[in-house]
Design a protein. Structure first.
Length: 97
């Protein structure tokens, strides 16, 4: 099944598809995601980092600044989520005591 909306950081021209582990797998029934370029050139890409690398490679640009920006956005999102939880009174770890 198609992943929509795509996670933050996935460049335009890519799609994500959720798949299930097979019945003989230790993780049978669990879901994982693979990314594919819409033009069909790149298939079965496992991580967003690899998607960014392949996309920048195809465009002829350096992938490291793009990936650094992606990581910055993820950390910013995590900080906001933690602040939201704390505002609701859901504390974690040492803050709980």
């Amino acid at each position: 099944r198609d992943v929509f909306p795509l996670p933050d950081g996935v460049p335009a021209g890519w799609k994500g598809i959720e798949k299930l582990y097979g019945p003989n797998s230790k993780s049978a029934g669990r879901v994982y995601c693979r990314y594919y370029s819409v033009d069909g050139k790149h298939k079965h890409i496992a991580s967003i980092k690899q998607v960014i690398e392949r996309d920048c490679e195809a465009k002829g640009t350096d992938w490291e600044p793009v990936f650094a920006e992606y990581q910055r956005k993820i950390k910013e999102r995590d900080v906001l989520r933690i602040a939201e939880r704390e505002s609701r009174g859901q504390l974690a770890g040492e803050k709980r005591e």
